[in-house]
Every structure is written in C-alpha cells, then in structure tokens.
Design a protein around this ligand. Structure first.
Ligand code: SF4
Length: 389
C-alpha cells in the first residue's frame, strides 16, 4: 500500500475503492475537505491505473468558434458579444472549411466547434456546416455544440430536441461537447449564468443524445461562488445520468478564469484546488472511463502533474482557443503533438493518441528521436495556422 494512504485519515475510503465499493456523497465531501493531497492523489492514481493501466492520452484537434455573438450575457462569460460590439465575429461556412482544411495538414482527427447563441443564423447554417466539413474529409470527427446551443437550435428550427439532434447527427455530428454544465445547483446557476438552461435541461439534452447512440463529454466549472457541497451535488447528478445511459466518454473539470468577467471571486482556483477536484472526480465518478486535465485552463505544467492525481488525458493541440483566453487564461493557444507526448512520457506513462471517443489511434511505446523530428514540422504548421486564424 502507498505510504501516504497507510497513514491517512482517508484510509477507509481507500479500502472502499480497493473493494470496488462506490463512495458516497459524504465521502466525496470528505475528500474535497481533506488537506492530505498526497493521500487523495494516491487513491485517485490507484483508480486511474485500474481503469486505464499505464496509459495517458491526447488528441490532435482544432477548435473553431463559428461566432461569438450571443443573445445571453452570462456573468462569468468573457467570450460573448452583441452585434453592436466591434470585436464580435462570425465566420461563413467557406471560412470554417478553410480553417479545417489548413488544420488537416497536421493530421487533426477532430474539429471542436462551438459558438454563442447566435440571434439570427438559421438552423440550415449548422447542418450545412456539418455537411461541408464531412465533405472535406469524412474521417474528421465533429465534436460540436453545447447543450444550450442545442436548445437554441431546437427553438430556432421549431423542432423538438430529439428531432434537432437527429438532424444534426444525419448531417455529420459525431459528439456533443460538455461545455455549459457550470454548477448544477440552482442558486449558484442563477448567480453566474442567469437565463441559461437549467441543470435538468442540460442533462436531458445529453440523455436524449445518448439515447440516439451518441457520445459526449461533460464538465464542471469550479472555483467561483460555489461551495464544495455544490461540487459534490454536481458530480452526483453526472454519476446518476452515467448510470442511466453510459454515454459520457469523459468528465472535464474546468478551472474558473477570474480575470476578465463580472463575478467577483475571492479565492479563484489554485493548483491545490485543481488537483483535488480532478482527484475527487476520478474517485467519485467510478462509472466514467476517462478524466481529462484541460491544459488550457490549468496550464500544461499542472495538467502534467494531474496525470498523477487521477487524470488520464490532457486534451489536445487545439490551435485556436478563444473562450478561456478571453477570460484571461495565460496558457498558450496551442500545443504541439510532440510537446504533449513529452509531457506524458515524463510522468512515466505511455502516450496514446486518441480519437473523439477516447479510442486509441496510436500507442507510443517509445520513439523519442522520431518525435523530436516531427515536432519541428508540427510546430511550423501550427504556427502557420495560428497566423491565419
Ligand atoms: S456562456 Fe455561452 S450562453 Fe452564456 S453568454 Fe457566453 S456564449 Fe452565451
């Protein structure tokens, strides 16, 4: 047994985990409240190892925000703009396809596409966009839209959520994104994201999508005005839906970025808080195959450490990120594939390039010299992409 666990107040929770016994909400709260980060990390690492063995994954992907115009004004959001704002933007389908074509030179396997709740783009725009991207390359996996975007599109198209999802799927949608979950507790939600969908609506969009055979990720935005009990409540609702549908591929805890938004936060997320949140997510969400450390919000160095605290994925190359950077994130806008491989390899884990569904594409047992050469090429294409973004 790990030295830190042997001496820890968390020993009983470790025993439950070893016995494959599900931990309770009270246990999860204890895990959040402990100062014993070493023991917490060791339990989460045990669970990670049991789920995925000696591997950690990344994805070669590109983000595209088709527009930042949004009819809502969530307090924590620094991304949305109104039509009157000088820095609002909206891309045509041709421009989106051009970005995808450029990124395909580095071998992306996924496009991650979200935007604001655009006031006037017709439903047809979204289905045509998906079809045009699939026509460019049928192998590209399209991970698009948050739950609130789906509700907005359903409203625009005057269709039910199921009809909307069915049409988007037929047009090429492969996966929903997990964004927009924030914190489910009503009181918190109405403070930070008034007017946004309820927890029930968020969960129901994912439920309907899973019932259609779709897969999605989910998130939790932590480190603002919520309590630790609110986080446990959030995780409880995610675990319950996963028991029902088994449709989530991964949970992605998102660290709140306090710089450029309207919510005054006394104690924004620290490294300690991020590591414990990832670790508790791993231990409590025993029915989730993967936990992602989102390097955009954490920084690559902390994301790398998170691989020893329960995470088994560090997300992707991304290339052009707006949402976190407009909120003040200071991480770079992209990572090369070789940098992600290096970050994983340094932790002693085997890097695995994955697809949108977290299935392995390439397992990199050992080839450091070849990776270094690839890095030069890859960096150049990424920089060209950024220059034209
Ligand atoms: S979080 Fe989403 S829905 Fe809310 S204002 Fe920002 S873009 Fe709009």
């Amino acid at each position: 047994m790990n030295f830190f666990i042997q001496r820890s107040e968390l020993r009983d929770i470790y025993d439950k985990v070893v016995a494959n016994e599900r931990i309770s909400e009270a246990d999860a709260l204890r895990l959040f409240e402990t100062k014993d980060l070493n023991a917490l990390g060791a339990i989460a690492d045990f669970m990670r190892q049991r789920k995925v063995g000696n591997r950690a994954s990344y994805i070669v992907n590109r983000y595209i925000n088709y527009s930042n115009y949004c009819i809502l004004s969530c307090e924590f959001c620094s991304f949305s703009r109104k039509k009157r704002d000088a820095d609002g933007f909206q891309f045509s389908i041709e421009e989106i396809v051009a970005k995808a074509r450029e990124a395909s030179k580095i071998g992306i396997t996924e496009l991650h596409i979200v935007g604001g709740l655009h006031p006037s783009l017709p439903f047809r725009f979204y289905t045509d966009m998906l079809k045009a991207l699939k026509a460019l390359d049928a192998r590209l996996q399209l991970k698009c839209f948050t739950a609130i975007e789906i509700l907005h599109l359903a409203w625009l198209a005057k269709k039910s959520v199921v009809e909307t999802l069915t049409e988007l799927k037929a047009a090429g949608l492969d996966s929903l994104t997990g964004g927009g979950a924030e914190i489910f507790r009503k009181e918190v939600r109405s403070r930070i994201a008034k007017g946004k969908e309820s927890a029930e609506e968020y969960l129901d969009v994912h439920r309907q999508w899973h019932k259609l055979g779709g897969r999605s990720t989910c998130t939790m935005l932590y480190g603002h005005v919520e309590t630790l009990a609110d986080r446990v409540d959030h995780l409880r609702q995610l675990r319950a839906l996963q028991d029902e549908t088994h449709g989530f591929t991964a949970m992605i805890p998102l660290a709140y970025q306090p710089e450029d938004n309207d919510i005054p936060v006394e104690h924004p997320p620290t490294g300690f808080d991020s590591l414990r949140t990832i670790a508790v997510s791993r231990i409590y969400l025993d029915n989730f195959p993967h936990i992602t450390a989102y390097w955009i919000g954490l920084g690559m160095k902390l994301a790398q450490v998170a691989l020893s605290y329960g995470a088994d994925d560090i997300h992707g190359t991304i290339i052009e990120e707006h949402i976190f950077h407009m909120a003040g994130a200071t991480s770079p806008q992209l990572q090369t594939e070789a940098d992600m491989i290096k970050a994983i390899r340094e932790t002693g884990l085997t890097p695995v390039q994955r697809n949108t569904f977290y299935e392995p594409i390439k397992i990199l047992e050992s080839a450091p010299a070849a990776e270094a050469v690839e890095n030069t090429e890859h960096s150049k294409v990424l920089e060209d992409n950024l220059a034209t973004a």
